[in-house]
Design a protein around this ligand. Structure first.
Ligand code: 5GP
Length: 184
């Protein structure tokens, strides 16, 4: 059974929305909370959306081996997965999702090859642009940066065990559910 899913896909593709839809139906699914050096967006809650840490604290976490993987994403901000929480959830048999970027997914592919690697793809690049513009959380420069990264990420989707095209949230969440909770 796939107890650990690594979920990657370009910024704006709707990873967060798909995971929320799955967890609405299955609250027992655990989503890893990453550490990041970026600032919180309006409405983001410490410990729920991210652990917002300083550069020094992030470096300390790397040095102490506290991160399962980490990467520098979009112009300098670092993001990483705290290892301890993942280990203890897996030990308890809880189905887990790591929502991380391509670089992080590659690291976990090496360190935890038993994890199922799932890529969420947009129906088209144009749809991705529309979604990123529509959500309005980034300025134009940041958006351009994310779209450039998105092109690289889309080119890497064949590396993944499964690709889910996010045409609509219900279907995409259903596909994820079948991968993570196959016996239900
Ligand atoms: P955002 O700033 O929009 O919340 O996230 C930006 C990117 O960072 C997303 O592509 C997201 O998947 C990635 N990300 C979030 N947490 C982690 C993490 O713990 N590790 C890695 N490698 N990437 C992450």
């Amino acid at each position: 059974m796939n107890r650990l899913i690594v979920l990657a896909g370009p910024s704006g593709v709707g990873k967060g929305t798909v995971v929320r839809a799955l967890r609405d139906r299955h609250p027992e699914v655990w989503l890893s909370v990453s550490a990041t050096t970026r600032d919180p967006r309006p409405g983001e809650v410490e410990g729920k959306h991210y652990f917002f840490v300083s550069d020094d604290e992030f470096s300390r976490m790397i040095d102490e081996g506290e991160l399962l993987e980490w990467a520098t994403v979009f112009g300098g901000h670092r993001y990483g997965t705290p290892r301890g929480a993942v280990d203890s959830q897996l030990a308890d048999g809880v189905p887990c999702i790591l929502e991380i970027d391509l670089q992080g997914a590659r690291q976990v592919r090496e360190s935890m090859p038993e994890a199922l690697q799932v890529f969420i793809a947009p129906p088209s690049f144009e749809v991705l642009v529309d979604r990123l513009v529509g959500r309005g959380t980034e300025d134009e420069r940041e958006r351009e940066r994310r779209l450039a990264t998105a092109k690289d990420e889309l080119a890497a989707q064949d590396e993944f065990d499964e690709v889910i095209v996010n045409d609509n949230v219900i279907d995409a969440a259903g596909a994820l559910e079948r991968l993570l909770l196959p016996s239900r």
